[in-house]
Design a binder for this molecule. Structure first.
Ligand code: ITT
Length: 220
């Protein structure tokens, strides 16, 4: 049975990392745009986990509807479709957990990230290094082919730097300093980031859950 994972995200940085993390050659990964099932639900949950499930559920619902109407743009013959989503953000201890679940919306969804990071560094001007701890958190949600819902999380610990360094990654990576590398997460390679990142950890946990589900349901 072919496996198709549709990823309920419109964020190109996320989808690039996800494709590098899900390497099983028998599993096809499509973004919701590629699959023609673009949903933009209100992310009004109170946690990363709730928002991840809201996104996965909305796309699963759209697929169900399009299937009933016969308007699905992809073939579901001999294919099991799973929807996954990622809700993530940056949690800064000295700012009481901000921007947290509002990381994408912080200072405006379309605002340049250099500006967002500069504003955060300004707010943290007087915060001494030992108190500049932060973490990226990712919740990966999923609706499996039997309609069951699942959510797992992962985190990557770091420190808010005093400047912006590096061109890799996306979003808040250039000021997220990883003491064990002596670099920001925009200075390490994408491969290095995926090995230690919140997204890498959560996604690998979700894939393990999914593989377990397939074994239990005797699906090869
Ligand atoms: P989708 O909802 O379509 O997936 P989004 O960008 O709106 O895309 P979120 O609501 O989950 O996604 O917001 C996540 C934000 O957190 C993201 O836009 C970045 O600003 C930040 N973020 C998450 N993971 C990150 C990472 O690995 N590196 C840098 N910034 C990250």
């Amino acid at each position: 049975m072919k496996q198709l994972i549709i990823f309920a995200t419109g964020n190109k940085g996320k989808i690039r990392e996800i494709r590098d993390i899900i390497t099983d050659p028998d599993t096809e990964v499509l973004s919701m745009k590629e699959a023609g099932v673009e949903a933009d639900p209100d992310e009004n949950g109170a946690s990363f986990e709730e928002n991840a499930l809201i996104k996965a559920r909305a796309v699963a619902e759209l697929i169900r509807r399009q299937k009933n109407e016969g308007t699905l743009s992809f073939d579901t013959e001999d294919t099991q479709v799973t929807v996954m989503s990622d809700d993530s953000g940056l949690v800064i201890d000295a700012l009481g957990g901000e921007p947290g679940i509002y990381s994408a919306r912080y200072l405006g969804y379309d605002t340049d990230y250099n500006y967002k990071m500069e504003q955060i560094m300004k707010r943290m001007e007087n915060v001494p290094d030992p108190e500049r701890t932060a973490r990226f958190v990712a919740a990966v949600g999923a609706v499996f082919p039997d309609g069951s819902e699942h959510v797992v999380t992962g985190a990557m610990e770091g420190v808010i730097a005093h400047g912006i360094y590096g061109l890799n990654g996306f979003g808040y990576d250039p000021f997220f300093y990883l003491p064990e590398y002596g670099k920001t997460s925009a200075e390490i390679t994408e491969e290095e980031k995926n090995a230690i990142s919140h997204r890498g950890k959560a996604l690998r946990s979700m894939i393990a859950l999914f593989d377990e589900w397939r074994r239990r349901n005797s699906i090869d």
